[in-house]
Design a protein around this ligand. Structure first.
Ligand code: AMP
Length: 215
């Protein structure tokens, strides 16, 4: 199965992708995670992408198409992918179809997480993760049970994304509205889009996604 998760920053794409990975064995492909890893490693690609990402704008289609293309080589028994944060432009959506088509594959389902943007700013600017295991937390909605200690792995090390500040979040949302939301008609024409209320609890959103996925 090849599933695309669409929705503005903070809509819960990463959280749902991680859950589907754990429950269904699907492989999460997050271009944001790949780009952050490249920035951290200081690779030439990371150096090119960093300023654009810090500003909340989109990196070039060529870069992200290349990142995804490198990872689409899969054996026949592969369980499938969840694309999280990709495609983000019409050109990326078309490139994805071409890359999949060359392997006899296609996007099976697009899930759009429908959310309220003002609530998202609050969601995003409060979030942080364990620097060791990646468990997600929030200043108001999910603090560690013991102060400064990860519930999962006990680490005392936490981190926040540089681009999770209000000004950058607003830019990222504007980018979503201008460049990513217009992809929806492309997928609507293929009758593969399901819309899910992303403002509900994590469990309710998860159940709504499961209800629209095959198997
Ligand atoms: P994300 O973690 O998905 O919110 O992505 C973080 C940042 O990485 C975005 O604000 C963009 O600067 C960049 N990025 C991630 N995925 C893409 C993509 N598919 N196209 C262009 N830029 C991307």
């Amino acid at each position: 199965m090849i599933l695309v998760l669409l929705g503005p920053p903070g809509a819960g794409k990463g959280t749902q992708a991680q859950r589907l990975t754990a429950e269904r064995g699907l492989v999460q492909l997050s271009t944001g995670d790949m780009l952050r890893a490249a920035v951290k490693a200081g690779s030439p690609l990371g150096q090119r992408a960093k300023a654009v990402m810090d500003a909340g704008e989109l990196v070039s289609d060529d870069i992200v198409n290349g990142l995804i293309g490198e990872r689409l080589d899969v054996p026949a028994d592969h369980p499938g992918f969840i694309l999280d944060g990709y495609p983000r432009t019409r050109a990326q959506a078309e490139a994805l179809d071409a890359m999949l088509g060359a392997k006899g594959l296609h996007v099976d389902k697009v899930v759009e997480l429908v959310v309220d943007e003002d609530a998202l700013v609050d969601r995003i600017t409060g979030r942080f993760t364990c620097a060791n295991c990646g468990e997600g937390y929030h200043n108001r909605y999910k603090l560690p049970k013991v102060a400064d200690t990860c519930d999962v792995c006990g680490s005392h090390d936490f981190k926040r994304r540089i681009d999770d500040n209000e000004a950058t979040v607003r830019t990222r949302m504007a980018e979503y509205r201008a460049k990513t939301a217009p992809i929806l008609p492309y997928y609507d024409a293929k009758h593969i889009v399901a819309r899910v209320d992303g403002m509900a609890s994590m469990a309710v959103v998860g159940a709504a996604i499961d209800a629209v996925l095959p198997g």
